[in-house]
Design a protein around this ligand. Structure first.
Ligand SMILES: Nc1nc2c(ncn2[C@@H]2O[C@H](COP(=O)(O)OP(=O)(O)O)[C@@H](O)[C@H]2O)c(=O)[nH]1
Ligand SMILES: [Mg+2]
Length: 50
């Protein structure tokens, strides 16, 4: 998933929420791009077969 948008619209906060991470009212600006793992329900379902 690629999240693109204007500065300060909440991209980092949205991705943190999807990763069950805490909301930060003073989230610092992301410089450049940040790449992180996001384990989806599909991957979680597959994990029992791996
Ligand atoms: N009230 C409120 N503030 C938010 C929300 N999402 C993000 N923010 C705040 O808006 C600012 C920018 O958010 P951030 O996730 O860094 O945006 P980004 O620059 O698009 O990655 C930060 O201070 C966040 O705490 C939201 O849903 N509600
Ligand atoms: Mg950001």
């Amino acid at each position: 998933m690629l999240v693109v948008g204007e500065q300060d619209v909440g991209k980092t906060s949205l991705l943190k929420a999807l990763r069950d991470e805490d909301f930060d009212t003073h989230e610092s600006t992301t410089h450049g791009i940040k790449i992180k793992w996001l384990v989806t329900a599909l991957l979680q379902g597959l994990s029992k077969y791996i």
